[in-house]
Design a protein around this ligand. Structure first.
Ligand code: CA
Ligand code: CA
Ligand code: CA
Length: 233
């Protein structure tokens, strides 16, 4: 397998996933990364942005369908209905964990970009549970390819397949594309900082997804009817 240039780097000493869900996510990602990736460079990922953006936007209809009271966010009970309708098999506790993991503003409910992240995490974790996966695919036909692309992109960045992207891995990925141009190091750092939300020096798949929704232009400030537009003034 190309690309793995013997960079041995493990997560920071004492670094442990914070929740059961995160542990599962990391485990699934390790499994997936070990299967290899079709991505050839970071540019291949960037070239896919428009397509990913398009398919995210189609997701809006699904979001609106599950936002039963039309208040612009998905709350706990709406999410439960959503899981039931998608027929994905997770326990109540797991659904709660999903909610906690993706509701970044906590208790304000899940916004559109958070919902996309959630669906993609569900996709990743469902991968091992083939029976219900079939249903999930039927329900969200054109999202499957997009989610697969995102998982694949992460697998490309995660050179040592430990389920996290480190700074070194990010630099390596960008260098592969730009053949060591001087600016590329800075770009890699900038991208990395955009992804590493909690500043712990490692990017997990969830952080990667959130960064992605903002890179392709989906953010929580969009189409909101409840929140004021204060940020723009
Ligand atoms: Ca709602
Ligand atoms: Ca890694
Ligand atoms: Ca992090």
């Amino acid at each position: 397998m190309g690309g793995a240039l013997g960079i041995v780097e493990s997560p920071k000493r004492g670094y442990l996933p914070e929740t059961k869900l995160e542990a599962k996510m990391v485990e699934s990602m390790q499994k997936r990364a070990s299967q290899g990736t079709v991505m050839k460079s970071f540019n291949t990922i960037i070239l896919k942005f428009p397509k990913i953006d398009q398919s995210f936007r189609k997701c809006k209809a699904i979001f609106e369908e599950f936002d039963e009271d039309k208040n612009g966010v998905i709350d706990h009970s709406e999410l439960k209905h959503c899981f039931r309708k998608l027929e994905v098999s997770f326990s109540e506790e797991e659904i709660e964990d999903f909610f906690k993991a993706c509701d970044i503003n906590e208790d304000s409910g899940m916004k559109f970009n958070e919902f996309i992240v959630l669906l993609c995490l569900v996709y990743l974790l469902q991968d091992d549970q083939s029976a219900s996966e079939v249903k999930f695919r039927m329900r969200l036909p054109n999202l499957e390819a997009t989610f697969e692309t995102l998982v694949d992109a992460f697998a490309f960045l995660d050179k040592n397949k430990d389920g996290y992207v480190s700074k070194t891995e990010m630099i390596q990925a960008i260098n592969e594309t730009n053949s060591g141009e001087r600016s590329s190091g800075r770009i890699a750092m900038k991208r990395f900082e955009e992804m590493d939300w909690d500043n712990n020096g490692m990017v997990n798949f969830k952080e990667f997804l959130f960064a992605f929704t903002s890179w392709v232009g989906i953010n929580e400030a969009e189409d909101e009817d409840e929140d004021e537009d204060e940020e723009n003034t």
